[in-house]
Design a protein around this ligand. Structure first.
Ligand SMILES: Cc1cc2nc3c(=O)[nH]c(=O)nc-3n(C[C@H](O)[C@H](O)[C@H](O)COP(=O)(O)OP(=O)(O)OC[C@H]3O[C@@H](n4cnc5c(N)ncnc54)[C@H](O)[C@@H]3O)c2cc1C
Length: 275
């Protein structure tokens, strides 16, 4: 299908993008990689009057160390995450997860900020950032605020982000090149996950897990994390991975199948992360 007609704006500067967003409010939508927004517009599930393209804003495209954190601009593309030397050394989970998204075309267009803003519970990157206890930096003409990703999602495809706010940066702890794993279960290599599990080991030594496609929002495996913190063995902790989840029913699997799958993938991921 063809989207409803819209006005296209491509500001050269971040401040101009923020001003446009403030001016048009809920009539405007931000375009980053377009790989989630454009399908939604073509299906006419979204019909913004103004589309503000931030995908080429250099101010939002960077990966750099900042003290004991890594700062990543929101318009940084998956491909840039995959080839980043900084991330390979300082937060190897993120590029490993980005490498599994879609196909090369998707990875050359899709952005980290777009994936987090979209908040698809079947998306790979939100689970990784959750496992890493990342922080989302939001900016509007009213100022800037930092929201832990654990407080970001409020429901299906919804978050605490206000209509005039942009995600400008994602901040992650420096977790190094070991202690992580990503187990993504798909029918074909380029597919979306039926279920996936991301494991990160934080600088404190705490192991955290993000789950893909196990509920209406990206989720953490809280019961597994608590069991690990109490020193329980991997098998016992992994058996709790489905606790508190509400996996969907679709053509790829039933909720019961996903509940079983998540325990298997969690066990494998924890074994890899601790090997
Ligand atoms: C064929 C195909 C296969 C795919 N396979 C996978 C897969 O295996 N795994 C996976 O995780 N994803 C997959 N995707 C989705 C892909 O990862 C998208 O790129 C991603 O979900 C959205 O990122 P984007 O930059 O394209 O955002 P866009 O589509 O441009 O935007 C998505 C939403 O976020 C908003 N937004 C974007 N950037 C910002 C910002 N900085 N601040 C505030 N709001 C913002 C937009 O307004 C829009 O509502 C696939 C997509 C396609 C088309």
């Amino acid at each position: 299908m063809i989207p409803v007609g819209f006005d296209y704006q491509r500001p050269e500067l971040l401040d101009a993008a923020l001003a446009l967003l403030a001016e048009h409010g809920e009539d405007a939508t931000v375009l980053a990689g377009g790989h989630s927004l454009l399908p939604v517009m073509k299906l006419r599930l979204a019909a913004p009057e103004v589309v503000i393209d931030i995908g080429r804003l250099a101010e939002l495209n960077y990966i750099r160390l900042d003290g004991d954190e890594i700062a990543i601009g929101a318009a940084t593309r998956y491909r840039d995450l995959v080839v980043s030397d900084v991330l390979a050394q300082e937060c190897a989970l993120l590029p490993a997860v980005a490498r599994t998204v879609g196909d090369p075309q998707v990875r050359h267009r899709g952005t980290l900020g777009g994936a987090l803003a979209h908040g698809d519970p079947a998306g790979d990157l939100p689970a990784a950032v959750l496992a890493l206890d990342g922080t989302i930096v939001l900016r509007s003409p009213r100022g800037e605020r930092r929201v832990p990703i654990t407080e970001f999602y409020t429901g299906v495809f919804s978050s605490v982000k206000e209509p005039d706010e942009l995600i400008v940066e994602i901040r992650l702890p420096r977790t190094g090149s070991t202690g992580w794993a990503y187990e993504k279960f798909t029918r074909r290599s380029n597919d979306w996950a039926i279920v996936a599990v991301a494991v990160a080991t934080l600088p404190s030594g705490r192991r955290q897990l993000g789950l893909v496609n196990m509920g209406s929002t990206p989720l953490r495996a809280s019961a597994t994390e608590a069991a690990l913190a109490e020193g329980k063995p991997i098998d016992e902790a992994a058996a709790l991975a489905a606790e508190g989840t509400e996996p969907p029913q679709d053509n790829a699997g039933t909720p019961a199948y996903r509940r079983h799958l998540v325990t298997v993938l969690t066990r494998r991921a924890l074994q890899t992360a601790t090997a």
